[in-house]
Design a protein around this ligand. Structure first.
Ligand SMILES: Cc1cc2nc3c(=O)[nH]c(=O)nc-3n(C[C@H](O)[C@H](O)[C@H](O)COP(=O)(O)OP(=O)(O)OC[C@H]3O[C@@H](n4cnc5c(N)ncnc54)[C@H](O)[C@@H]3O)c2cc1C
Length: 485
């Protein structure tokens, strides 16, 4: 084990599991792969998921990744972490935050894993300055369809094609990422806009200057509650002097002069955006501010009703619990049954995250409100720095340096008998394309093959897949994302 010391009591390297244990976990994965008969689908056997598309059931045992969910080590001095592919961000942050460090981008849902965020694209409020999670990855080990572990780095075909490949090029078993130094407190300003055009202009200015009203902006996201009611939430990492505490060594929690808010109890974070102009959160609670109520989606289970909230155990106010409840509903058809009994039209799931160039955001929001009518909607600006050569990531070709805004909407719309045809989802795909945007693939997609290959560079993806999976053991991205396999 490598352990050097920075000062008297600050370890240079904080050890998670040993490298030998990591190697043993990879061996288990290899053995489980070898046990899958040729021709049978190769899938992950994983306890949690944040995917939102139904998948064809299979009886074949999956890849054993049960021991690949840990932090291996955090290099405090170098500000890097080596993490297993199925390690959740919740787990990773537990290991880094005591050292005053976090990943460059921490997706909001606690059980999103490093591998899932890199292969399936994550986003959060630091994305306007740090890009997407894969853009702070230094190195990866990928278990390929050929059953080999390949170490790959930025600039290599496997590495650059991996983001947005959803496991079709292999599974990341180890990822080395950069970490950012952060304080313990975050100050929030919730700024209201009546006009989406003005909000878009403000986003573009903040991206350029990293400031608003003379104060630094470290985190930036927003919510469109309804037409004419939009907010940007500007987060500022507070220095220890501003928190009124003594500067301490990394890892020591400073003593706050003002008590931070707590949205894991009776208060609901997204409501606070409309109710107060400023706020103070611990860094930990800022990172997970959206998880407790799964943005606002916990409302579907009554969890925002004060009486039910009091009775709902705190440990179950988490996105993975709600995700499991949704799974239960899908299996039992409970909501469809309720709708039929109440004579309500059939529902279409409209669960998507799309990216629009910032100057087309207002147009999209207006269109969305008329055609889909779902509220609220999450907004998260992002700028991709691009690959090491400043080029586009082939499988998700955002223009490097261009400001986009991610628009996230998660719910159902009563559309009637053609719900199975997904009319709203198809209209969203067409509109996003028309406006020069991009659609992420964690949920349902309906593109025909030709359009899909054009949007996600299917030819290049197929070429890289042939190199690392010559016998085609893994499903293709189209099979996964559109054919729901
Ligand atoms: C309602 C909702 C809201 C969302 N909002 C956000 C958001 O605001 N910000 C955000 O960042 N993301 C968001 N996501 C998307 C989420 O980040 C992606 O779906 C991500 O891929 C989930 O990662 P996971 O670890 O849960 O992976 P899973 O759901 O288990 O798997 C996702 C895909 O990745 C593949 N995969 C999993 N692990 C690996 C690995 N180690 N190597 C290679 N491939 C792998 C799987 O085969 C699968 O195809 C949202 C998802 C939902 C459902």
């Amino acid at each position: 084990m490598r352990t050097k010391s920075l000062g008297s009591n600050v370890p240079r390297v904080s050890q998670g599991i040993s490298w030998a244990r990591h190697d043993a976990a990879v061996e288990r994965l290899r053995a489980s792969y070898a046990a899958i008969p040729a021709g049978a689908p190769v899938r992950l056997a994983k306890k949690t998921s944040n995917l939102f598309r139904p998948r064809t059931a299979t009886r074949t045992p999956g890849l054993d990744v049960s021991e690949l969910d840990q932090v291996i080590e955090v290099d405090v001095a170098e500000r890097t972490a080596d993490v297993q592919g199925m390690c959740t961000y919740e787990h990773l942050v537990e290991a880094t935050l005591p050292h005053g460090l976090i990943p460059y981008v921490v997706p909001q849902l606690k059980t999103i894993t490093l591998g899932g965020a890199v292969t399936g694209l994550g986003i959060e409020s630091t994305s306007f300055r740090n890009g997407l999670p894969h853009e702070s990855v230094l190195e990866m080990d990928v278990f390929t369809g050929a059953g080999e572990v390949v170490t790959t780095r930025p600039g290599e075909d496997l590495f650059d094609t991996f983001p947005n490949s959803y496991g079709s090029l292999g599974y990341a078993t180890r990822i080395r990422i950069r970490l950012e130094a952060v304080p313990d407190r975050v100050e929030l300003r919730h700024v209201r806009f009546d006009d989406a055009g003005l909000l878009s202009k403000t986003v573009a200015e903040i991206v350029d200057t990293r400031q608003y009203d003379g104060l630094q902006v470290d985190g930036l996201d927003g919510v469109a509650f309804e037409p004419g009611e939009y907010y940007l939430t500007l987060a500022r990492w507070l220095s220890t002097t501003e928190t009124g505490s003594e500067p301490g060594v990394p890892g020591e929690v400073p003593t706050p002069s003002v008590t931070p808010s707590d949205y894991t109890g009776q208060q609901v974070f997204y409501r606070s955006i409309q109710q107060r102009d400023t706020d103070l959160l611990t860094m930990h609670d800022y990172l997970w501010r959206w998880d407790t109520d799964w943005f606002w989606c916990s409302g579907a289970f009554g969890v925002q009703n004060p009486t039910i909230r009091r009775l709902w155990p705190k440990r179950y106010r988490r996105s993975d619990v709600y995700h499991r409840l949704i799974g239960l509903n899908e299996r039992t058809g409970f909501m469809d049954w309720v709708d039929r009994r109440k004579g309500r039209p059939q529902r279409e799931n409209v669960i998507q995250d799309v990216e629009l160039p910032v100057e087309r955001l207002a147009e999209f929001l207006d269109w969305f409100d008329v055609e889909v009518g779902m509220r609220p909607v999450w907004l998260c600006p992002l700028v991709s720095p691009g690959t090491t050569t400043g080029g586009q990531w082939p499988t998700y070709p955002l223009h490097p340096g261009t400001t986009y805004v991610n628009v996230g909407f998660w719910g159902t719309v009563h559309v009637g008998p053609d719900a199975a045809e997904a009319p709203r989802n198809r209209a969203i795909e067409a509109k996003v394309q028309e406006l020069g945007g991009h659609k992420s693939l964690y949920s349902e997609a309906f593109y025909d093959r030709e359009t899909f290959d054009r949007l996600y560079d299917g030819d290049h993806l197929a070429k890289v897949k042939r190199s690392y999976d010559p016998e085609d053991r893994l499903l293709s991205l189209y099979d996964k994302a559109v054919r729901k396999q």
